[in-house]
Design a protein around this ligand. Structure first.
Ligand code: 5GP
Length: 185
């Protein structure tokens, strides 16, 4: 009998610390498969093509949509983001737990296409805390920060749609809660 894996979606406003939580989770659980998304946004300092994202032009992204290569995709703060279908289905077939770190519209598409996926929402302790984290990151312009905060309010209002809600108030305890949940799936 072939074992099949599990699709896990992790959503939460930009700046909430999903990336750090995930890096730590993968470090502790190296069998998990984190899907590398495609995006049209420019790489931030230190981001590597093929590792953090596949950085594409809008034309290249649209070509992937046309060719049905994306499991889900969404426009977020003026850029396109999407999950490549093939590596995800291959890892699931091989019995792996696959994590998608995606925004709300993409999570909703996954919910419609893959109702068995387990959906986790990461919240900040407060909106003020989130703004401080986004500013502290020092990677975004004022316009980008304002867009991300507007989007965060929309995402926070949808937290109840998710199977599990995690408040990232303390990184270590949030990580242990996340790890226990993911390992239980
Ligand atoms: P950032 O630009 O900060 O890396 O990501 C912005 C938002 O896009 C984050 O909320 C992140 O979770 C989301 N995102 C990253 N990859 C994907 C993807 O493949 N699909 C969707 N729908 N959202 C994504």
């Amino acid at each position: 009998m072939t074992s099949t894996g599990k699709l896990i979606v992790l959503t939460g406003p930009s700046g909430v610390g999903k990336g750090t939580l995930l890096q730590r989770l993968l470090h502790e659980c190296p069998d998990l498969f984190l899907a590398v998304s495609a995006t049209t946004r420019s790489p931030r300092a230190g981001e590597i093509d093929g590792k953090h994202y596949y950085f594409l032009t809008r034309e290249q992204f649209q070509e992937r949509i046309k060719q049905n290569q994306l499991l889900e995709w969404a426009e977020y703060a003026g850029n396109f983001y999407g999950t490549l279908h093939q590596p995800v289905s291959r890892a699931i077939e091989q019995g792996q737990k696959v994590i998608l770190e995606i925004e709300l519209a993409g999570a909703r598409q996954i919910r419609a296409k893959a109702p068995n996926a387990f959906q986790i929402f990461v919240s900040p302790p407060s909106l003020a805390d989130l703004e401080a984290r986004i500013r502290g990151r020092g990677q975004d312009s004022e316009v980008a920060i304002a867009r991300r905060l507007d989007q965060a309010k929309i995402e926070l209002a949808a937290a109840h749609e998710f199977d599990f809600q995690l408040v990232n108030d303390d990184l270590d305890s949030a990580l242990q809660t996340l790890k226990a949940k993911v390992l239980s799936l």
